[in-house]
Design a protein around this ligand. Structure first.
Ligand code: 6GU
Length: 243
């Protein structure tokens, strides 16, 4: 899988070298390329931002460097059909389901926004030429899209076949089937007066599997009830209890 990342902080992505993703990159399973947006500026100061039309706080990323960078990266796409992702707290939320879908792409381009965002015409122009999505990694605000891009690359990269050594470790995980993961234990069987649950020492695999499933349901109900299927009360058009 080919992954291009456009950023004004290329060094931010050095951390990938110390991870499984970096190993996959060296092994050729992933083909990661980091692009410095400032290489696509044309002034002496390598300017990437300017004040917003209409006023307001902060700076907006100028369209021209983005346009040049994306012309080149989209134009040189080995598949000719890249998926372009703009990171933004105003985007659709990135989930495990989205990570699964992205892991089936052959070429993704991640555009890291900074400051108050990128000139909207960059997203509009890109939408006219390539499959384009805007993605957020959650309901909080980061200073820029770099941390979001790292999260996306790690979540997607580990789902690409061959990146994670044991594919079985990918199936019994939090979020893979809508539930949180069961609690895990290793040796010793007793630690600081705390015992590993007996069932895990029983050797009864059927019993262990059903205990784990029960733990997943209980945990999800306690910590993330929003993940469990339930009655859709909010959007019910027939509901008349308008209190
Ligand atoms: Cl993708 N970008 C920024 N700046 N903040 C975020 C985000 C992205 N996702 C959550 N917060």
């Amino acid at each position: 899988m080919r992954v291009d990342i456009v950023t004004i902080f290329p060094d931010f992505f050095d951390v990938l070298d110390v991870s499984l993703i970096g190993k996959a990159n060296q092994a050729g399973i992933l083909n990661l390329r980091i692009h410095d947006l400032r290489d696509y500026t044309d002034d002496r100061h390598r300017t990437v931002d300017d004040t917003p039309y209409g006023g307001g706080a902060g700076m907006v990323m100028k369209p021209e460097p983005w346009g040049r960078a994306l012309d080149r990266i989209i134009g040189l796409s080995p598949t000719g059909d890249p998926l372009v992702i703009f990171t933004s707290p105003a985007g659709e939320v990135f989930t495990q389901t989205a990570a699964r879908q992205l892991s089936r792409e052959d070429h993704i381009v991640i555009c890291c926004g900074r400051y108050e965002g990128i000139d909207q015409r960059v997203i509009d122009d890109t939408t006219n030429r390539a499959r384009t999505v805007t993605m957020s990694i959650g309901d909080y605000v980061l200073n820029g899209g770099e941390v979001a891009a790292l999260a996306i690359v790690e979540a997607v990269g580990r789902l690409v076949p061959g990146v994670v050594g044991n594919p079985e470790s990918l199936v019994e995980e939090s979020h893979e089937d809508g539930l949180l993961e069961y609690p895990s234990y290793t040796k010793p069987a007793t630690w600081r007066g705390l015992d590993v649950p007996d069932v895990l020492l029983s050797g009864n695999h059927k019993l262990i599997a059903s205990w784990r499933q029960q733990q997943r349901i209980e945990r999800t109900r306690a910590i993330r009830p929003d993940l469990l299927p339930g009655p859709e009360v909010e959007d019910d058009p027939g509901s008349s209890s308008g209190q």
